[in-house]
Design a protein around this ligand. Structure first.
Ligand code: SAH
Ligand code: SF4
Ligand code: F3S
Length: 439
């Protein structure tokens, strides 16, 4: 029996791809091992920023140490970065035996079996950006029994000018609604209570399906799955976020009032250069819809600083947007050039020093806002689904609210998989601390 170690980098879509790979490996008789013992180390990689790729290159260097002494592990590089530069890895790292793009993950397990009976290397790159060899399983091997993720689309056609995803993940394609429903049902049978539907732009789900459903119709269908306690979805694209989505959230209480609506910049001029397809005013209207229906909604965002041509006033507009929208959490990043995406060739690339200063400033402001929001929750009673021990703090267990806030309380493993009422005693910028209430 061979042993595999699957290491995941990048976004939630990679995390679920990693879980699905593990599920198929398990069903083919493979065991799981740590990096030091595994026969095969599979890296599920990300290309979103240069740093993400550098991290994987240094991992690859490290993995060569044991290989030089023992001939193991064989290394497989799969996912976004494999699609972008996979072939070049073969000459630099002889221990890399397999590369596979995101649309060829379904062929990885059978190819992995060949690595130990045949010599040579295997390249399963996505030659056409449409056909998909998918892994035919939901992610049954997963980090949390109670929380599960289901991809509902492949690829992205939005071509935001900073972004590499459309080049590595290929064309947008909706998975059939029946396949999604069957995955959600299988996960719920397997114990999942909290399911998140995933896509680069979930709101455009169904636009390529002649018979539908649309995204809001899909949400309504999934919300009916018996035994499902909480339903979420990421990522929403502001240009495609429609009012029907909020309506479905209102009529189906299992859909959590928790929305990730990435703004990316607070300047209309930069939003246009980014090809985002909305203005700050249009964006604000969508936030209003959500807050009108759910005053306590958890709203998160993504923000890039230092996009080419971003001036001081543009940047100040982003700071002002953080103050205006008061997000619970913001994923911030300094712009990173990603050829062949369009912005990589734009003039007026912002100096690294200025990007660093701006990143610090948005992080400091957002930290303050999150702290104020979380302190405002002190004294409230919230429902928390407990999932496991807290990362830090002895005797503390951790769970999430419907608005996706992390809550820590003193408790035991008996609470895992249960939704309990918690009185919030203290909030810091990242989490809430409280006490379990009697039911
Ligand atoms: N589909 C999602 C985001 C996918 S990428 C959306 O449309 O929002 C996740 C985040 O990485 C993006 O929201 C963006 O903030 C960031 N990102 C993408 N490309 C980047 C780049 N070239 N430099 C810096 N951050 C980037
Ligand atoms: Fe990238 Fe834009 Fe697609 Fe998101 S919507 S994955 S940011 S191109
Ligand atoms: Fe990274 Fe690919 Fe996700 S580039 S962010 S792993 S879609």
């Amino acid at each position: 029996m061979h042993q595999v170690c699957v290491k995941v980098y990048g976004c939630q879509m990679n995390a679920v791809d990693g879980d699905r790979l593990k599920t198929v490996f398990r069903s083919r008789g493979w065991g799981f091992a740590g990096e030091e013992e595994a026969d095969l180390v599979l890296l599920v990689t990300c290309s979103i920023r240069e740093k993400a790729e550098q991290k994987i290159l240094s991992e690859l260097g490290r993995l060569g140490k044991r290989w030089r002494k023992t001939g193991l592990p064989a290394v497989g590089v799969v996912g976004c970065m494999a699609q972008r530069i996979g072939l070049s890895l073969f000459s630099r790292y002889p221990w890399v035996r397999l590369v596979a793009g995101p649309r060829n993950l379904g062929r990885v397990p059978e190819t992995a079996d060949l690595l130990f009976s045949e010599t040579g290397r295997f390249a399963l790159l996505d030659e056409d950006p449409v056909s998909v060899h998918d892994l035919e399983t939901p992610g049954l091997v997963r980090a949390s029994k109670w929380r599960a993720y289901v991809s509902i689309t492949h690829g992205c056609d939005n071509f935001c000018t900073y972004c590499i995803v459309p080049y590595v993940r290929g064309r947008f394609q909706s998975r059939p609604a029946e396949a999604i429903l069957s995955d959600v049902k299988a996960l719920v049978r397997d114990g999942a209570l909290d399911v998140t539907l995933l896509g680069q732009n979930v709101n455009s789900y169904g636009k390529d399906l002649p018979e539908g459903p649309s995204f809001s119709e899909l949400l309504a269908q999934v919300a009916e799955v018996e035994g499902l306690a909480r339903l979420r979805f990421v990522t929403s694209h502001p240009k495609d976020f429609t009012r029907d989505i909020v309506r479905e959230m209102v009529s189906h209480p299992v859909i959590c009032p928790s929305v990730n609506l990435p703004l990316q910049s607070g300047s209309d001029r930069i939003l246009a250069l980014m090809n985002r397809g909305y203005t700050v005013a249009e964006y604000a209207e969508k936030i209003e819809w959500i807050r009108e229906a759910f005053p306590d909604a958890g709203i998160t965002s993504d923000l890039i600083v230092g996009f080419p041509g971003e001036t001081e006033p543009d940047f100040e507009a982003s700071l002002a947007a953080l103050e205006r929208f008061r997000y619970d959490l913001v994923h911030t990043a300094a712009y990173s050039r990603r050829p062949p995406s369009k912005a990589a060739d734009m003039e007026d690339q912002v100096e690294p020093r200025i990007k660093a200063v701006r990143l610090n400033a948005v992080n400091a402001l957002q930290r303050q806002i999150a702290l104020e929001i979380n302190r405002g929750l002190e004294g409230k009673t919230l429902e928390v689904l407990f999932e496991g021990p807290a990362e830090k703090g002895e005797g503390l267990i951790s769970g999430r609210t419907v608005s996706d806030k992390v809550v820590l309380v003193r408790g035991t493993a008996a609470e895992y998989g249960k939704i309990r009422k918690v009185r919030i005693e203290r909030g810091d910028a990242w989490s809430l601390f409280g006490a379990l209430l009697e039911d």
